[in-house]
Design a protein around this ligand. Structure first.
Ligand code: E4P
Length: 213
């Protein structure tokens, strides 16, 4: 399973890459707005940092506008993947961009039915939002499992990129459900690393090492 950095912060992406946790990057308008940089500047900088896919979200609500934005984003970095919210116009844009050889991610996916439509339109990735599904009282990991199973049965090669990941359990659950990739916020790395028994074990080994002859 691949790990993507859910971030537009260059320092976070560099630190994730040092742990081999930046196979790609996902961005969204909320993250870009918080960064205080222009959209183009942020994406150009990130694309220059790594060779893996950099997901850049479109804002237009009609297919023609989405396709135009996607073509522009591709001039910002050759590894840009055009990230498009699921809707009828979005899927028309996915099909058009796929025909031009431009890879897409369909985002804001909350059901296997939506994911199937995205895959059939030609998306390279679909992003089920695990945390937001949980927030809405559903089981986000179960939706990931359904999508993975549906793609397998339908023989679709679209990859499942689990997003809106909030906890270590989400990461482990997405992997167990067969997700091809997860995108995680940088702040999740430390909680994933931590275990009280690890701290206790290290302290004990260091203590015992003082008794070396
Ligand atoms: C990434 O592609 C998504 O936009 C992101 O994971 C959403 O996360 P959130 O639900 O925590 O905002």
């Amino acid at each position: 399973m691949q790990f993507f950095a859910d971030s537009v912060n260059l320092e976070e992406i560099r630190r994730a890459r040092a742990l081999n946790l930046a196979d790609g990057v996902t961005t969204n308008p909320t993250l870009v707005a918080k960064s205080g940089r222009s959209h183009e500047q942020a994406i150009r900088e990130i694309s220059g940092l790594l060779s893996g896919p950099v997901n850049v979200e479109t804002l237009s609500l009609n297919a023609e506008g989405i396709v135009k934005e996607g073509r522009i984003y591709r001039t910002w970095g050759k590894n840009v993947v055009v990230k498009i919210p699921i809707c009828r116009e979005g899927l028309a844009a996915v099909a058009k961009l796929a025909a031009e050889g431009i890879p897409t991610t369909v985002t804001l996916v909350f059901s296997a039915a939506q994911a199937l439509l995205a895959a059939k339109a030609g998306a390279r990735y679909v992003c089920p939002f695990v945390g937001r599904l949980d927030d809405a009282g559903e089981n986000g990991i179960e939706v990931v499992r359904q999508i993975v199973g549906a793609f397998r049965e339908a023989r679709y090669t679209t990859q499942v990129l689990a997003a809106s990941i909030r906890t270590p359990e989400h990461v482990a659950g997405a992997a167990a459900a067969g997700a091809h990739a997860v995108t995680i916020p940088h702040k999740l790395i430390d909680p994933m690393l931590a275990h009280p028994l690890t701290d206790k074990g290290i302290a004990q080994f260091l203590e015992d090492a003082k008794k070396y002859k």
